[in-house]
Design a protein around this ligand. Structure first.
Ligand code: EPU
Length: 349
């Protein structure tokens, strides 16, 4: 277990905002986690579990312990007639895992290419893109219950996966995810319906790897990458809002071109990016905090923006979307310190 105090978190969050942790503890083995739990220095301090730091906005210093999960390992546990079962440690890089599987010719993860962050973070917000969600390939999640120190296995059904949500997101800090058990289908059923994916494949033979390459191309054309010359970001900053049918009907009448998707429960999902763009935010900049010029859902740090400045921009966007469309946007990343209602991302279990 590696411990540092008054540690800078700037390299550990993809927004690249400066914030300090009272303690930063790096966990490389399961024994490290046991050591941490019994170490009296850390009792009674608030904890923040960090993977790739790609889904967090730090508005301030963190007054407790940041736990950096660095457990590594990918293991093919076994196969059935229809599926492969893969155990992957939480500290593995998500995109690295996707590329490892497609290089083996294995299907299932290709549409989730280039999503930043760690494997352990994938279940927390049930990552999804281009017609695929983590929930669809998850068999179970190995955890340590940080309130008791006990290890446990939570089956996919019990993870309460929903759109960018899970029981882990609802109870921040309760479970430390140590590894995930993936169930990858042996039959390759390419999902190519998302606009631009088929075009990016061009004439290539359709293999998991070719689809992964196409997804990378589509994604890179819209979202900032993680390279040093790209602005810091946390991917989509807002969830796509779901509103009731009456409200949607009124908005559709006023805005016939508004993207909207009918949900099975008769409610309607809107495009947060479209709403934000209509309010004139796309490409705008307030100091070093900005809205990405290629995608209105992405907030970016052009250099030295603070978490508080990025949050002020987010708040202004939410207010203008509320004023113009009567729609309340919810942040997708965890915003710390936790927000009080109505934008709360916290919860208890
Ligand atoms: N649009 C605009 N302006 C923009 C961008 C998009 O009006 O600047 C409109 C377009 O009409 C487009 C629609 O918004 O048809 C949807 O845009 P897009 O296909 O880019 O998808 P999204 O709903 O904005 C979601 C996920 C992304 C994921 C993509 C592709 C959320 C919050 N975001 O974005 O996930 O990559 O679909 O599947 O659900 C992430 O979660 O961090 C993330 C990047």
């Amino acid at each position: 277990m590696y411990v540092s105090s008054n540690a800078s978190l700037i390299e550990l969050n993809t927004f690249r905002v400066e914030a300090r942790a009272r303690f930063l503890v790096t966990l490389e083995t399961l024994e490290d986690i046991s050591c941490f739990l019994t170490d009296v220095r850390f009792h009674d301090l608030p904890r923040l579990i960090l993977g790739g730091g790609s889904n967090i906005l730090l508005r301030d210093d963190f007054p407790g312990v940041v736990l950096l999960v660095a457990l590594k390992g990918i293991e093919l546990l076994g196969e059935s007639e229809t599926h492969r079962f893969l155990a992957v440690a939480a500290g593995e890089n998500w995109h690295g895992l996707v590329r490892y599987t497609v290089e083996q010719g294995w299907a299932g993860l290709e549409n989730l290419s280039l999503i930043p962050g760690s494997v352990g973070a994938a279940p927390v917000q049930n990552i999804g893109a281009y017609g695929e969600e983590f929930a669809e390939v998850c068999a179970a999640v190995d955890v340590i219950d940080m309130t008791t120190g006990e290890t446990g296995i939570i089956t996919a059904e019990d993870c309460r996966f929903a759109y960018r949500d899970s029981r882990f997101k609802q109870a921040p800090g309760r479970y430390l995810i140590t590894s995930v058990l993936l169930r990858l289908p042996k039959r390759f059923v390419p999902k190519l319906d998302y606009p631009g994916v088929r075009e990016a494949l061009a004439d290539a033979e359709i293999t998991p790897r070719a689809v992964s390459d196409a997804i990378c191309a589509v994604r890179s054309s819209k979202l900032p990458g993680l390279e040093a010359d790209q602005p810091g970001s946390a991917g989509s900053f807002f969830q796509n809002p779901v509103i009731d049918a009456d409200h949607a009907a009124k908005l559709r009448e006023l805005h016939p071109n508004m993207p909207a998707w009918d949900m099975p429960d008769a409610r309607v999902k809107l495009s947060a990016a479209w709403l934000i763009e209509q309010c004139g935010w796309k490409g705008r900049r307030v100091g070093d905090a900005g809205v990405y010029e290629k995608h209105a859902l992405v907030l970016v740090n052009h250099g030295a923006a603070t978490g508080a400045e990025l949050w002020a921009l987010a708040d202004a966007i939410m207010q203008s979307v509320q004023a113009r469309f009567g729609v309340s946007l919810q942040p997708e990343p965890v915003v710390l310190p936790l927000l009080s209602s109505p934008h709360s991302t916290g919860g208890t279990e």
